[in-house]
Design a protein around this ligand. Structure first.
Ligand SMILES: Cc1ncc(C[n+]2csc(CCOP(=O)(O)OP(=O)(O)O)c2C)c(N)n1
Ligand SMILES: CC(=O)[C@@H](O)[C@H](O)COP(=O)(O)O
Ligand SMILES: [Mg+2]
Length: 592
């Protein structure tokens, strides 16, 4: 029985000295390591199992960090981390203070792209190749590992257009073609790749754009990969190495998972790949149920997804109304403007998308939808602090950006009962865009309203209160708990849920004027949040009420659990109560 090789791998050089048979053994050990570690802490399992040999071969042929290895999206960079000296840190994967789930420049000189938004690696490659050329660093090579899903994103084509024309600037594209994003990759590109994979195509998109094309290569055959990558390196021109891989390779629970090949897992039983505990209902599952019901009531409602049908909760809608669900690939910009087309055509499109990924399509929201006052509804899952996926996944920008879009109405439900209600209100709006945002969190109890004024729900009312807490979205619960704590300390507080957070509801401004201190508590970046807009409205109304935003700092927040991050920024009951007390210079100011 041969001694394990993995413990001896402390850097890429250790991989270069191994024989092919040793490498096969190393690949097997890495797969065992991935299943063991990721099943115990959660993370991206299927994608990394599929990228084992690709990553080993890339580190054998190229000399990182002299040569730059770029991982598009970065969710498949665990093997890269294992080979670059970080095996021991996987116990803390995606946890506070632990290893990031994506490349991280703070972790290693071998890491370059930290952004987990897909389809960007080729543009980085274009820029890096130009920089190396201008700096005379002709010995440095640029290698980009790109998935077939990432290649359905528009910015990738912008990069291909530039890279293919630069025959003197060699960039090596390792195309990791496993035929899937989460679900099977869609569109003409997928068909083209399959044709190339079967050798059935006369045409070749990459060759026509100016690339040398090598492939298809068995992406799990180390000898084939070694040979193809060395050929690619020797060509000294842009080249695509088309590698056919299997997502979840070597781990039957992933290989056989029909949903998404265990793309992302929580804590699971390594023997089966199944969750250790039954998941609690989530906001996504409530949306899934309600949008399917809306689909039955409203034949004009259609849904769009950017390669994330199930993660965004459109699975039931897709099953019931297959001709009204459009998966456009990882192509958010196209999704938004295609939705605009659907609206011009007389339908009411619902674009279900993670909040952070809508950032990519802001111009389309502004100019293709809002300028035309089109009835498109954006459903923003993973809004606010998400947690383990780190800074490029926190949905903390939409509530600061969308309020600047003329005519767009933005809702932030406090609980799932309100999610259902506000979603229906949104799809009933026919004269402009709407958006509904909610977190990656388990469902809590519905919070009853004392009364409704305008669009707002008063959740707790004290006639003596001079302090008004404006509880935005799911922070209503912590705000009510904080109000109870403050009342116990002799500070009466009224709590109101604005429900629709943009544009500002006049009833909220009027209620705020009746208080001396207004604190808006928000799960978003403070810049551009509701509190600031409310302060502006109060000032314009000549009110001397003090309105402040209590939200997240406009910073890139590292990964941790959602609860840990919210607590760290004082956005839990204790933190909110403390903030109010600090703002009250004199407690007697707190009551009339
Ligand atoms: C702009 C953007 N949209 C959506 C996602 C969510 N997402 C993460 S990985 C993934 C699928 C990537 O597919 P592919 O590039 O083929 O890589 P694979 O997982 O198959 O290795 C998606 C849609 C993202 N990271 N970025
Ligand atoms: C890499 C990527 O963008 C997705 O895989 C993301 O990690 C999924 O996030 P959730 O686990 O919140 O669905
Ligand atoms: Mg893929």
């Amino acid at each position: 029985m041969r001694a394990p090789l993995l413990p001896g791998i402390t850097g890429p050089a250790d991989v270069r000295g191994l024989s092919t048979s040793d490498l096969v053994g190393l690949a097997r050990e890495i797969r065992g390591f991935l299943v063991d570690k990721v099943s115990s802490v959660g993370g991206h399992l299927g994608p990394n199992l599929g990228a084992v040999e690709l990553t080993i071969a890339a580190h054998r042929v190229f000399d990182s960090p002299r040569d730059v290895l770029l991982f598009d999206t970065g969710h498949q960079a665990y093997v890269h981390k294992i080979l670059t000296g970080r095996q021991r840190e996987f116990a803390g994967l995606r946890q506070a203070g632990g290893l990031s789930g994506y490349p991280s420049r703070a972790e290693s000189v071998h890491d370059v792209i930290e952004n987990s938004h897909a389809s960007a690696a080729l543009s980085y490659a274009d820029g890096l190749a130009k920089a190396f050329a201008l700096r005379g660093e002709h010995h440095r090579r640029v290698v980009a590992l790109v998935g077939d899903g990432a290649l359905t994103g528009g910015v990738a084509y912008e990069a291909l257009n530039n890279l293919g024309a630069a025959q003197h600037r060699p960039v090596i594209v390792i195309l990791n073609d496993n035929g899937r994003s989460y679900s099977p990759t869609v569109g003409g590109l997928a068909a083209h790749l399959r044709g190339l994979g079967d050798g059935a195509h006369a045409g070749n998109l990459f060759a026509d754009l100016g690339f040398a094309y090598l492939g298809p290569v068995d992406g799990h055959d180390l000898a084939q990969l070694d040979d193809a990558l060395r050929q690619a390196a020797a060509l000294r021109r842009p080249v695509v190495v088309h590698c056919l891989t299997r997502k979840g390779k070597g781990y039957p629970p992933a290989e056989q998972d029909e949903d998404d090949c265990l793309h992302t897992v929580g804590v699971v039983d390594p023997a089966t790949g199944r969750p250790r505990s039954a998941g609690a209902p989530t906001w996504t599952s409530v949306f899934a149920d309600e949008i399917a019901a809306i689909g039955a009531d409203r034949p004009d409602v259609v849904c769009l997804t950017a390669a994330m049908t199930h993660p965004t909760g459109l699975g039931e809608f897709a099953a019931r109304f297959p001709h009204r669900l459009f998966d456009v690939g990882i192509a958010e910009q196209h999704a938004v403007t295609s939705a605009a087309g659907l609206a011009v055509g007389g339908l009411h499109p619902v674009v279900a998308i993670y909040a952070t990924f809508l950032n990519r399509a802001m111009d389309q929201v502004l100019m293709d939808v809002a300028l035309h006052r089109l009835p498109v509804t954006f459903v923003l899952d993973r809004a606010g602090v998400t947690g383990p996926d780190g800074p490029s996944h926190h949905g903390m920008w939409d509530a600061s950006i969308l309020p600047v879009v003329p005519g767009l109405r933005l809702a932030a439900p406090r609980d799932c009962g309100q999610l259902r209600e506000q979603l229906r209100e949104a799809v009933d709006v026919a004269d402009g865009p709407t958006a509904v945002r909610y977190p990656k969190a388990a469902v809590g109890p519905d919070i009853p309203a004392v009364r409704r004024i305008g669009c707002c729900d008063v959740l707790r009312e004290d006639p003596a209160a001079r302090v008004l807490l404006v509880a935005v979205g799911p922070l209503a619960g912590p705000c009510l708990a904080a109000a109870a704590e403050l009342a116990a300390h002799g500070v009466p507080v009224t709590v109101v849920d604005p429900r629709w957070i943009a544009p500002l509801d006049p009833a909220l401004v009027k209620l705020a004027c009746a208080h001396t201190l207004v604190v808006a508590v928000e799960d978003t970046a403070a810049t551009g949040a509701l509190g600031g807009r409310l302060a502006q409205a109060l000032s314009s109304a000549g009110s001397d009420t003090c309105a402040v935003t209590f939200a997240l700092p406009p910073q890139f927040l590292p990964h941790a659990s959602r609860e840990q991050i919210l607590r760290a920024h004082g956005l839990d009951a204790a933190g909110i109560a403390t903030t109010v007390l600090k703002r009250l210079t004199r407690p007697e100011e707190a009551s009339a």
